[in-house]
Design a protein around this ligand. Structure first.
Ligand code: HEC
Ligand code: HEC
Length: 636
């Protein structure tokens, strides 16, 4: 049903907000805030407490954590509630009233080589979590979807995605440190020409250090494009370092040089089509392509220095102009609501910058994958993996330096680990994974201060380069053009994410390995030459790189050195102590407890009875009395 903003206002005026809420009824909203004590005709319920609970109210962006209910408040004054709100945005099934869809059946994305066919179809799923859905309710791996070509693209998991994003920025700095000799912020067309673009996974002197070859700076082969690995997306600039938006090569008039972003996300595209290299950019694009929800976001749209970089997000991630969303906010109401409505569905400003702050926060902090038991065969398998040359591309370990914002040399201005927690996992004596929460912030009263320290990233298994593995992995796109290069898939989590390869065409790990030709042919030969028992050990090693349900992970939340079998929160026994962010809010969620279910059984209801206070729905900047999805403070 199309319901314009004006119609909502009119309805509200005629019937009053309470009447409107009743008129919509629980059938019109996807969230399930209710418990056993609620009237199911008025509130959808979920006694497991797993569903999205809060009604859809857009978040107001702010940089001031003392403004309760804004995005800055949730990131820094109640960060676990911010994480949970971001998770709700990721898993929420957006509804008609939120403006979901609008151009179903159309195609989306950049055009392929034929100049006309587009990369993907659009408006097909109402939630991120319906594709990224295994494990369920985490940012997991999932289905294969129509994209690029008839063979499709498989959905990767986002465990540890914040670390991947940070690696991308660090690689950019490290590469610029080699190529931008005069340190003027970009690489002149002839500067460093022919110089190998080599950087390293860990600092000098640390074990496991390997050179990573990103090609050569400058254009040596005469195609007017720097001879760098296609994982780098080029940004061509003029003599003052300003981006020339239409330039696609060094030979375009006015181009004096280039800089780049390192596209650590996505399997890879052809023709140097940009793929967003930040979680925020990826999210804005995914919301539009998959769900028909356009974000209006100055952080992604404004280019303060004209150099190809957009703003730095509230969470601390520098953004790029390659990911500008469609809703530019060119025409706005006096209250700041964008009237652009790019999909013309009558729903305005469908996603705010505050929403993006939160869903970025969730993904950036999402726990990384785990390792199950390191049995003798797993250990042997890992050694054989290295010996077969797999680790040349699937580089096991990385390390990022601490933040150093004041460095005189801009390529040394590292940003450190911007996450606010890390979840360390370890298999217990019976093999079951257990978690230990490591806080990466300090807090007296008031907002948290993140430490921005160094971070080790063991067991990720990627060089973040694109390689040509030969015809058995090439993807012929809709228009007949062929994608030859794919990013080395980080293998963390691979034990839990069948099917494999960019198109999900390999149903087993062994089949994925068997399909490695091209640059990986030698390595495949070494693997093939192994006796069956050794190949099985390699597989055992890969199977030990696992995902897990974060919410169910037995975890020592309160740092008392044990995992309580009956963890008490707000006076209620919540069962085994586990990683549920709701227990860590400023006002922890209180569950309903023992109730008699309709089938006569007694169960523990995990429905939350203090939802408004815990999630902050009562805060002035969250209140939405007329239920139009905008907080009342954002007046039209
Ligand atoms: C229709 C299924 C689908 C939906 C819905 C979806 N994704 Fe994805 N996602 C994918 C696929 C497929 C890829 C790989 C795309 C590629 O590289 O071609 C991907 C890749 C990603 C990546 C890059 C991960 C990596 O390591 O390469 C991020 C981040 C991401 N998605 C975030 C989101 C967010 C946030 C949402 C919700 C706004 C979302 N996705 C919704 C299918 C989906
Ligand atoms: C030349 C670099 C290179 C080498 C060497 C290499 N790989 Fe890969 N690997 C890749 C790339 C690139 C992909 C992604 C291919 C795709 O998606 O089409 C990949 C994908 C995989 C996947 C699928 C992961 C997933 O989630 O889809 C597995 C498993 C894998 N490699 C294991 C191995 C093993 C085991 C070896 C050693 C025998 C090895 N690789 C050697 C580059 C390499």
């Amino acid at each position: 049903m199309r319901q314009t903003a004006a119609a909502t206002l009119l309805l509200t005026f005629v019937f009053g907000s309470a009447a409107l809420a009743l008129a919509q009824g629980p059938d019109f909203v996807p969230e399930r805030p209710g418990g056993a004590g609620d009237d199911p005709a008025l509130r959808n319920r979920d006694l497991t407490g797993r569903s999205v609970k809060c009604p859809r109210v857009r978040f107001e962006h702010s940089t001031d954590p003392s403004a309760p209910g804004t995005s800055a408040y949730y990131l820094f004054a109640d960060p676990w509630a911010g994480y949970a709100h971001g998770r709700e945005l990721f898993h929420r099934e957006f509804a008609a009233a939120d403006g979901v869809f609008g151009e179903s059946g159309r195609t989306a994305g950049p055009v392929l080589d034929d100049g006309s066919t587009r990369l993907a179809s659009r408006d097909h799923v109402s939630a991120c979590g319906l594709c990224h859905n295994s494990p369920w309710r985490d940012a997991g791996a999932g289905i294969t979807i129509p994209k690029n070509g008839g063979t499709g693209r498989n959905t990767p998991h986002l465990f540890g995605a914040g670390l991947v994003e940070m690696l991308g920025w660090q690689l950019r700095l490290d590469l610029l440190a080699v190529g931008d000799r005069n340190r003027n912020g970009f690489i002149e067309s002839t500067e460093s020409r022919g110089v190998p673009a080599v950087v390293y996974n860990v600092p000098p002197g640390e074990p496991g250090r390997r050179p990573l070859e990103f090609g050569r700076f400058g254009d040596g082969n005469g195609d007017s494009i720097p001879d760098l690995n296609p994982i780098l997306h080029m940004i061509y600039v003029d003599a003052a370092g300003k981006r020339i938006p239409w330039a696609r090569s060094l030979s375009v008039a006015g181009v004096a040089g280039y800089t780049f972003e390192v596209q650590v996300f996505g399997f890879g595209q052809r023709g140097r089509l940009p793929v967003p290299s930040t979680l925020r950019g990826f999210t804005a694009q995914a919301l539009d392509t998959h769900a028909g929800l356009q974000a209006c976001d100055p952080t992604l749209t404004e280019e303060p220095r004209g150099d190809g970089l957009a703003r730095v997000s509230l969470a601390g991630a520098p953004q790029f102009m390659s990911a500008v969303p469609r809703d530019r906010g060119n025409v706005r109401t006096p209250g700041g609501i964008s009237l652009d409505d790019p999909d013309r569905d009558g729903h305005l400003h469908e996603i705010t910058d505050g929403d993006l702050d939160l869903v970025e926060w969730y993904q950036m902090n999402h726990p990384r994958p785990a390792r199950s038991e390191r049995t003798p065969s797993v250990q042997r398998g890992e050694a054989l993996f290295a010996r077969s040359g797999c680790a040349k591309c699937h580089v096991p370990d990385w390390r990022l330096p601490a933040a150093n914002p004041g460095a005189a040399d801009y390529t040394r201005r590292t940003r450190g680990d911007r996450r606010f927690f890390d979840l360390e996992t370890e298999p217990g004596p019976d093999g079951e994974l257990r978690g230990r929460l490591k806080r990466l912030y300090d807090r007296k009263d008031g907002p948290i201060t993140r430490r921005f320290g160094p971070v080790s990233i063991p067991d990720i298994y990627s060089d973040f380069l694109q390689h040509d593995l030969g015809p058995e992995t090439h993807q012929v796109q809709y228009d007949g053009s062929t994608i030859t290069h794919f990013r080395t898939t980080p293998l963390w989590g691979a034990g839990s994410t069948a099917p494999y390869l960019h198109d999900g065409s390999a149903l087993t790990l062994e089949e994925a390995i068997r399909r490695h030709g091209g640059e990986a042919a030698t390595s495949r030969r070494a693997w093939r030459a192994l006796p069956a028992a050794d190949r099985e050990a390699v597989s055992a090693f890969l199977r030990s790189l696992v995902l897990y349900s974060t919410e169910d992970l037995p975890t020592d939340l309160n740092d008392d050195g044990r995992i309580s079998p009956s963890y008490r929160v707000a006076g209620q026994d919540t069962g085994r102590e586990r990683f549920n962010p709701e227990w860590l809010f400023n006002t922890p969620c209180r569950i309903e407890g023992r109730v008699r279910a309709p089938d006569g059984r007694w169960i523990t209801s995990h429905a939350v009875t203090n939802l408004r206070e815990a999630y902050g729905m009562h805060l002035p900047r969250r209140l939405d009395r007329d239920r139009d999805g905008f907080p009342d403070v954002l007046k039209r």
